[in-house]
Design a protein around this ligand. Structure first.
Ligand SMILES: [Ca+2]
Length: 704
């Protein structure tokens, strides 16, 4: 091949055109349309040499069709380009393939490659030996649907309305944005998912060529078609820890329970040790599965042209990990194997460890960058690999933002910032203990035992805090205290860093803006047609809620601050009244002299304001909160409001020494749903009743 042709092959326009659109494929329509426009344009004379000069620039097809001179140059070269298309069918495309191998629910703590005491994982370690290990990778959210939507969109969940697990309504994608596999597909990639999606956003058309338990890169149209493949594995999912008592007693683990290193917040019991060892065994299974996928790529001769990412879909999964914003909830293992053919896209030696902080918002931009596809400005993340990315710069990155909201039937509202070795955690509903019941979590025997020990009064120290109110803000030094049990927020030495991170977090939730400053039921009724636009249009109002919420950081309210809260509770705006009551609930006894002003809110026209007022006044033992809450559950037309109220019902029932009992027979809700059922079944004492009308299962055919 002569030099000019070689330069043409490296031109990003050629790489766009190497994708041959199909007229039976909706994703191809923009390409066909633009190519037709291109061919219909009259030819003008031009200097062909210009093409090579321009061709070395980054020129997406969109900008080409708007550039008359460039278009004319290219039209002159059309026959050559057609020849090059034929060439592309005969030789592999000049784009890397990308495969994501994703294991469910495991934080770094269960792999020795990342954390002492973790499982040995030779296959994952082999990937790292030929690639990079990211020591600070975070899932932004500690639960499947929220984390996976963050991966697919490259956007912060609370900015685009995808932060609740699981959603009552799917959020439309932000205007003009497509889930990133769809962008790859438009650029000629074959995209496959095997097979979990779990999105809280509308997927839209043309994202995956195939998404199923049989999806594989092997069905791509030709061997020259680059591909992106996502492979999820549930062998480490929390459900694998739902073993029964007989298993605990009779089935030994391969890993030795006596030798495991428990987190400081776990009670040190044989069951916790067994559960930990059992999970280490699950990670060994994951390692074998990773090896299978790598072997398939190798057998297909694709290993050295494919970037392989291995990571956990969020943290977990012993108690107090999945669903929580500690490191165990969001700090995930990530290794990326670098293929020989595309090692020029990464300016760091294979086998290196990366210290820079990356998170799930960055994963979509990274794959796009590797593929040479422009990263949409609507994405929040930044690429951490690919052409033009300096690993020296990536290593300077030292901050990550994380978020936790409703988790099935359990509400909470927590935000955090990891900054260098520090982790700052801000609880907007600090009065709710982490241990508040969540039916699916408590299927795990270790969770149930932890609660039994609490109820028997046998806990002390860090394990007891799981069942107590949370601090409004907490600060941990993750290097000295990897399990984050020693809250430094009140220590004088740490006040400068505490103040700095408090300000950073406040600025972050204002700048997104963070939609969770509205209750979920309000968002469902007012925002979900276009949550991202709703946020933009309400940024100032959200900012005022953040300022009100931050009054909860005050050790003692001064007169002006008290007056601010009184004014808020009298506001004409129900959401300002909501934050007036919520902030009083967060302050608890520190706001006890505002109780009189809060009393009218028990009959507020807005149902969510009534819930917050009941939470505040019930804590102070001024009212029986269940009277307000039970009435609300039975009368609301909105199942999200009923779920929000039942969260408080169970909190008052379980954490106030039996002072506020309720019975299942107290409830006859109009608005029902899975989360309402979960709460009512729990109150009924049978969280998982036998399913009605269960058909007799046919025996499964023997596995092939
Ligand atoms: Ca998961």
């Amino acid at each position: 091949m002569n030099g000019r042709l070689s330069e043409l092959l490296s031109c990003s326009l050629y790489r766009q055109l190497a994708y041959i659109p199909r007229d039976d494929d909706p994703a191809s329509m923009p390409h066909l349309h633009r190519l037709n426009e291109f061919i219909a344009t009259p030819v003008l004379p031009c200097n062909h040499r210009d093409l090579v000069v321009h061709g070395s620039l980054k020129c997406p097809l969109d900008s080409f069709t708007n550039n008359a001179h460039m278009t004319n140059c290219l039209r002159s070269f059309l026959p050559i380009l057609m020849l090059l298309s034929l060439y592309s069918a005969a030789f592999p495309a000049n784009k890397p393939n990308v495969v994501w191998i994703v294991s469910e629910d495991n934080s770094i703590h269960y792999l020795e490659h990342f954390f002492p005491g973790g499982a040995k994982a030779p296959s994952i370690e082999a990937l790292a030996a030929s690639g990079l290990t990211f020591d600070h990778a975070y899932s932004n959210a500690p639960v499947c649907s929220v984390a996976r939507t963050t991966l697919a969109t490259g956007c912060y969940g609370p900015r685009i309305g995808t932060q609740f697990h699981r959603r009552y309504q799917l959020a439309p994608m932000p205007n003009g944005l497509k889930m990133f596999p769809g962008l790859l597909r438009q650029a000629g990639y074959y995209t496959t998912n095997n097979s979990k999606k779990d999105y809280n956003a509308v997927e839209g058309d043309g994202v995956w060529d195939k998404s199923s338990a049989k999806a594989t890169w092997r069905n791509r149209p030709s061997s020259s078609t680059p591909f992106f493949h996502m492979q999820s594995h549930a062998q480490s999912h929390e459900g694998r820890l739902h073993f029964d008592q007989a298993t605990f007693q009779n089935q030994p683990t391969e890993s030795d329970p006596k030798k495991v290193s428990l987190a400081g917040y776990h009670p040190d019991t044989p069951l916790f040790r067994y559960t930990h060892a059992y999970y280490l065994d699950r990670m060994k299974e994951i390692d074998k599965i990773v090896a299978d996928t790598v072997a398939k790529l190798e057998a297909d001769g694709l290993l050295e042209e494919t970037f392989i990412f291995y990571f956990g879909d969020h943290g977990g999964v012993l108690p107090k990990s999945k669903g929580y914003l500690n490191d165990a909830g969001v700090h995930v293992p990530l290794v990326v194997r670098i293929p020989e053919k595309f090692k020029h896209l990464v300016d760091l030696q294979p086998g290196s460890r990366v210290d820079g902080f990356v998170s799930f918002i960055d994963f979509a931009p990274t794959v796009l960058q590797l593929a040479g596809v422009p990263v949409p400005s609507e994405m929040d993340g930044r690429p951490f690999l690919g052409d033009g990315i300096s690993m020296n710069e990536v290593n300077q990155r030292d901050e990550v933002f994380c978020y936790a909201d409703r988790f099935d039937e359990k509400y909470d509202f927590v935000r955090s910032i990891h900054h260098q070795q520090y982790h700052y955690v801000r609880s907007y509903q600090p009065y709710l203990p982490d241990g508040l019941n969540n039916n699916y979590r408590y299927k795990n025997l270790a969770y149930a035992q932890w609660r039994d020990l609490f109820e028997a009064g046998k806990l002390s120290g860090p394990p007891l805090t799981f069942f107590q109110a949370k601090p409004v803000e907490a600060l941990f030094d993750c290097e000295k205290d990897p399990h984050q049990v020693d809250n430094l927020a009140s220590k004088p030495k740490y006040q400068p860093i505490l103040k700095e991170l408090r300000e950073k977090l406040t600025a972050k939730v204002k700048s997104l803006p963070d939609l969770s400053f509205y209750p979920e039921s309000y968002l469902a009724n007012h925002a979900m047609d276009s949550p991202t636009e709703f946020g933009k249009n309400h940024q100032e109002e959200i900012s005022s809620f953040v300022d009100l919420a931050n009054l909860a950081l005050t050790p003692k309210l001064n007169q002006t601050q008290q007056q601010n809260l009184i004014d808020a509770m009298k506001s004409d705006n129900p959401m300002i009244r909501y934050w007036g009551a919520m902030t009083c609930a967060a302050l608890g006894t520190r706001a006890s002299n505002l109780a009189t002003q809060a009393m009218p809110l028990l009959k507020d026209p807005d149902e969510t304001v009534r819930i917050r007022a009941a939470e505040f006044l019930g804590q102070l033992d001024i009212i029986n909160p269940q009277e307000t809450l039970v009435t609300l559950v039975n009368t609301t037309q909105d199942s999200i409001v009923a779920t929000e109220a039942l969260n408080a019902v169970v909190w008052f029932r379980d954490f106030f020494d039996g002072q506020y009992p309720v019975l299942r027979t107290d409830f006859q809700p109009i608005a029902t749903g899975a989360d309402v059922d979960d709460r009512l079944n729990y109150i009924n004492g049978v969280p998982y009743p036998a399913k009605k009308n269960q058909r007799a299962k046919k025996p499964k055919p023997a596995a092939k």
